[in-house]
Design a protein around this ligand. Structure first.
Ligand code: COA
Length: 435
């Protein structure tokens, strides 16, 4: 029998030694948040700063650490970040021009990787090796399979704090080119405080969600508040892109049992987990949750196989057509599309399904209405007028799907902040939408 421990010992090295192997123009790939490898990247950045390598690129998604290629403009051209979904430091770097961005539906990223890219090295933070020689990728499996298919090498950070997920992706020691050992708690995002507005919106949505529904919650205070408002429901199911703190809450209080799902009955399905330490403790060794590739989880044709799919996502602004912008403020880039459209489409195709785009009626301390006559020039449309279903603010719910432009406009003005309704009505009349 192969001695996996011996193979492990042979591949065990230091971050600096792994960085020494990196050559000019290599392309590095990482998957989401907790599976990213800051020690290895910092060692590579050190070589780039020293002028030992140039033209190296890191492809990444939802960065959990303050990676040097986003934080420091000086690295541009030596070690450059390219994001599939920006957050945190990536936003500043993309807007500043020293990092790049690849637009995509989340579900399509594995296909783009397989079609367009060849990676020199894939880097993953993994759980300690089991007795069969396998490392678990923990709470991340969104496009890792595609990365593995297209990478010449694999470098690992083996982390005692990385949970071992049983229904997720595993890497075998025989596939690995080099590994280091680290001891680091996974990155946490503290759930945003749930204020009165988010709570009101959450309750408005929860009233429209039946027992037995299958839910997806996006990022932010409103999806979280909705999660909390669902605690009184029964027999809910989870089929979601991101597994969040509020979902752990719903499972632990008994509101979710996945018993009414048509596919993956009894199991919560997701593609990555990101939140507090509570999530990482929950997913460790837990057979009731499955981490599956995003091209499967986010495929609308898969999502809609469950009945009563309810998708809840946030947005930055919405115009009278119901065009939803969730990615930019004018030309200023803020985020990728993520899985918003994947789940909007999956939900509206599901029997009894509904998609909610929800947000407070105003931004910037009440000075800006998020419901607008036209999107800010340069804004990116995330969900189109033809897919949009329900829009929710603290003032109510607009149901746009199948409705005319005038009906949409009237409904949206009715849920805008009262301070902006006269101006919006004036704009609608000026445009000839209302008379
Ligand atoms: N005009 C100007 N500024 C606005 C604005 C508007 N209409 N709406 C929001 N803002 C500002 C906020 O004030 C805030 O500014 P600050 O950072 O200076 O405080 C910033 O934009 C972010 O707004 P916020 O409401 O805090 O957004 P969020 O962090 O909750 O994220 C999205 C909202 C839409 C960016 C987020 O949901 C997202 O990334 N969506 C991507 C796609 C998606 O839905 N994926 C879901 C699948 S998991």
């Amino acid at each position: 029998m192969t001695d996996f421990k011996q193979m492990y010992a042979q591949k065990l090295t230091t971050a600096d030694e792994l960085a020494e192997r990196v050559q000019d123009n290599w392309v590095i790939a990482m998957d989401t948040g907790g599976s990213q490898t800051p020690d290895i990247i910092s060692a590579i950045a050190k070589r780039a700063y020293a002028g030992a390598i140039k033209g190296v690129t890191a492809h990444t998604l939802l960065d959990a650490y303050p990676f040097e290629y986003f934080a420091d403009k000086e690295l541009y051209g030596k070690l450059t970040g390219v994001s599939w979904f920006s957050s945190g430091g990536a936003r500043k770097a993309i807007n500043g021009g020293w990092a790049d961005f690849i637009p995509s539906y989340y579900r399509d990223i594995p296909g783009h990787v397989r079609r367009c890219y060849d990676y020199d090295v894939a880097c993953f933070n993994v759980s300690p090796m089991d007795k069969h020689g396998y490392f678990s990728l923990g709470g991340s499996n969104s496009f890792s399979e595609a990365i593995l298919d297209k990478s010449k090498r694999i470098f690992l950070e083996v982390n005692e704090h990385q949970p071992r997920t049983v229904n997720g992706l595993q890497i075998h020691i025989s596939q690995v080119d080099g590994l280091i050992e680290v001891s680091r708690y996974l990155p946490v995002i503290t759930p945003p405080p749930i204020d009165e507005v988010s709570s009101t919106i959450g309750n408005l949505i929860a009233e429209r969600i039946p027992d037995g529904a299958c839910i997806q919650l996006g990022i932010g205070a409103v999806p979280d508040a909705t999660g909390i408002a669902l605690k009184s429901k029964h027999d809910l199911g989870i089929h979601t892109e991101m597994f969040t703190d509020s979902m752990v809450e719903l499972i632990e209080c008994g509101a979710v049992n996945n018993s009414k799902k048509q596919i993956h009955k009894g199991i919560s399905v997701t593609t990555f987990a990101y939140g507090s330490q509570r999530i990482y403790d929950f997913i460790d060794d837990n057979p009731s949750i499955a981490f599956m590739p995003v091209n499967y989880v986010n495929d609308p044709n898969v999502i809609c196989q469950n009945d009563n799919v309810i998708s809840i996502n946030a947005a930055l602004e919405v115009d009278f057509w119901g065009q939803v912008c969730s990615e930019s403020i004018g030309t200023k880039h803020l985020s990728g599309s993520g899985g918003q459209i994947d789940f909007v489409r999956g939900a509206i195709q599901s029997k009894g399904g509904k998609s909610f785009i929800a947000f407070p009626s105003t931004a910037k301390g009440g000075t800006i209405s998020k419901i607008k006559s036209e999107l800010t020039p340069g804004a990116v449309v995330t969900t189109s007028k033809n897919d949009v279903d329900y829009i929710v603010t603290e003032y109510g719910v607009a149901q746009l799907r199948g409705r005319s432009l005038a009906e949409r406009t009237k409904q949206l003005i009715a849920i805008a902040h009262p301070d902006f309704r006269d101006q919006l009505t004036f704009d609608a009349k000026k445009r000839g939408i209302l008379i």
